[in-house]
Each structure stands twice: as structure tokens, then as C-alpha cells.
Design a protein around this ligand. Structure first.
Ligand SMILES: Cc1cc2nc3c(=O)[nH]c(=O)nc-3n(C[C@H](O)[C@H](O)[C@H](O)COP(=O)(O)O)c2cc1C
Length: 290
């Protein structure tokens, strides 16, 4: 798949036509999921696709901002074993899956959840011993010009308005990536073009309330990712899912052009401490680009 193109094309769609996914599409999504990348392949994950009228209303109140799950023709739920880094891993897998949906011409919107148990109850998944960590609304989106957009300020201040086109504004690369020291700007004129594109891809990832609650530091040989601490609006779950999604975008673009054996490492290293990230940030992972 042409990941950079798909990353640029992807956007959250929140209104769906009635058209259902067919059996072939469902199988294609499942097959892709089974073979897609993992941050930690030792964490068992599973994909359940809940489709049809029965499910259109069942998730209301259990997933989505203010419980709004958009009555989608299908919901994709990622169930995961609850192990160290399972949220990061699920966020990473979900973003790659959403890019596959984009490639298939399907629209989607990631939905925050009101707890795994609520989602499992709503979607008849109580028997699973895994956690429902990601829910994605999926289907054929309504025509762009007719779409209702969310203007997100805070969870309690989400304005619904109709506007043409769709671009959720993202933080510029300059504000997302620092050079060696926290806050120090990168010189984008001398950076390896592949790395430049990978950071651009990372900056376009979906995030809870579009907050992009993470920053990257580039040290010439490492790319280090930090995430913000929890606050009254953003849960630990969403913060890690956000981080997993941006890591996936970086990885998919970087490794497509460079050594495919490179990957994110989630163990803290000395260099991460030397960056002197402010108190509100925590180390997540590093990527060796040498
Ligand atoms: C972990 C996570 C949870 C999200 N939850 C919701 C949600 O509940 N409802 C919603 O409309 N969008 C949700 N989104 C989508 C974001 O609002 C969206 O990614 C962001 O506004 C940027 O817009 P874009 O996806 O079009 O680039 C979520 C995204 C992530 C990564």
C-alpha cells in the first residue's frame, strides 16, 4: 500500500450512508488485520466486526465523544490481551487498519470508549477474556460537501457544524519535533528526506480530540517519542492509543524506504533522560535511525 498517500488522505468521517460492507470486504479487512504490523507480536489481539442494523444503536452511550457512535454500518473492535504496552500496541494496529480501510475506499472514525466492559456488553462480546481497546466506526461516508463536522474544543464543548471540505488542523512538524534538546528547533533543510516524510506522516495521525499529545526528539541517531501526562480530559488509555497511532505512521513511512528491520523500542535509554523533557511529558519509545 502507498502509506504516505493514504496517511494524507485519511480523515475521520462521522456520517455514514446505509450501505453495508459485503462479505468479501469483511474477509479482506480480517485478513489484513491478521498480517499487519505489531509493536509487540507477543500480545494476542483479535478483530471483531459487528455489522448490521442490530449494532447501529447498541454502541450509543458506550463509545464516542459524549456517547455518539454515529450509527455506522459496521464497528471494528480490537480486543487485546492486557499486557505491558497493550494500549500502544493496539493504537499502532488500529492506525494501520484504518489506512487499509482508506485504501479500500471505506470511511471510518475512531471512537473513544466508556470502558471495555460497556463496549463488550453492547457488542455481545462478554465472553471474550480480552479487553475491548479500540472501536472504529466504519462504512461509506456521506458526500464530503454534506458532511457534519465536529469543532472540538473540549469534550464538553464540541460544536457540530457543517462545513465544506475536511481538514482537521494538525501541529506543524516544527512544533512536533525537536532537535536534541526539548524545544530546540530542527533544521529541516539538512535532515534526511525519508525522516522528514516520516515525521510529516507522524504529524497526521488521528488523536483524541485532535490534541496530538506527544512530541518527538531527534538526536542524529535516535528518534525519541514522549507523551503528555493524563489530564482531566484525556485518559491514559486514549493517550497511549494516540501515541501508538503516530508511531505507526512514522514506522510505515520510514521502514517503507529504509531498513524494514528497524522498529520502535519501548525500553527507556540514557539518551531519553538527557533530553530533559518537561514534567508534563513521559518517555514512550525510541527508534534507532542509524
Ligand atoms: C484514541 C482516539 C479516540 C478518538 N475518539 C473519537 C470519538 O470518540 N469520537 C470522534 O468523533 N472522534 C474520535 N477520534 C477522532 C479524532 O477526533 C480525530 O482523529 C481528530 O479530530 C483529528 O481529525 P482527523 O482524524 O480527521 O485527522 C478519536 C481518535 C483517537 C486516536
Amino acid at each position: 500500500m502507498k502509506y504516505m498517500e493514504l496517511i494524507e488522505k485519511r480523515c475521520s468521517i462521522r456520517e455514514f450512508r446505509g450501505r453495508e460492507l459485503n462479505e468479501g470486504q469483511t474477509q479482506e479487512i480480517k485478513a489484513y488485520f491478521e498480517n499487519s504490523g505489531r509493536l509487540d507480536p507477543d500480545i494476542e489481539v483479535e478483530l471483531v466486526i459487528s455489522a448490521g442494523d442490530e449494532y447501529k444503536k447498541r454502541l450509543e452511550g458506550s463509545a464516542g465523544y459524549r456517547g455518539n457512535a454515529f450509527g455506522a454500518p459496521a464497528y471494528l473492535t480490537i480486543l487485546s490481551e492486557k499486557k505491558d504496552k497493550y494500549l500502544l500496541n493496539a493504537g499502532y494496529i488500529a492506525e494501520e487498519l484504518i489506512l487499509k480501510l482508506t485504501d479500500m475506499g471505506l470511511s471510518s472514525c475512531w471512537l473513544t470508549t466508556n470502558g471495555s466492559d460497556n463496549v463488550k456488553r453492547a457488542l455481545h462480546l462478554e465472553e471474550s477474556t480480552k479487553e475491548a481497546v479500540v472501536v472504529i466506526a466504519c462504512g461509506y461516508g456521506k458526500k464530503e460537501s454534506a458532511l457534519t463536522r465536529l469543532d472540538i474544543h473540549t469534550p464538553s464543548n464540541i460544536k457540530v457544524k457543517t462545513r465544506k471540505g475536511h481538514i482537521a488542523p494538525k501541529i506543524a512538524q516544527e512544533d512536533l519535533v525537536y532537535y536534541k534538546v526539548w524545544g530546540e528547533p530542527m533544521d529541516w533543510n539538512i535532515i534526511d528526506p525519508t525522516l522528514d516524510r516520516a515525521f510529516y506522516a507522524a504529524s497526521l495521525a488521528p488523536s483524541f480530540l485532535n490534541k496530538q499529545p506527544y512530541r518527538y526528539v531527534y538526536t542524529d541517531d535516535l528518534v525519541i517519542l514522549y507523551r503528555m501526562k493524563e489530564d482531566s480530559e484525556t485518559t491514559r488509555e486514549d493517550l497511549y492509543l494516540d501515541a501508538g497511532a503516530t508511531m505507526a505512521n512514522f514506522d510505515l513511512v520510514y521502514t517503507a524506504h529504509r531498513s524494514p528491520d528497524k522498529r520502535w523500542i519501548c525500553q527507556e535509554i540514557t539518551e531519553a533522560g538527557q533530553v530533559e523533557a518537561p514534567d508534563g511529558y513521559r518517555f514512550v519509545a525510541y527508534f534507532d535511525v542509524l
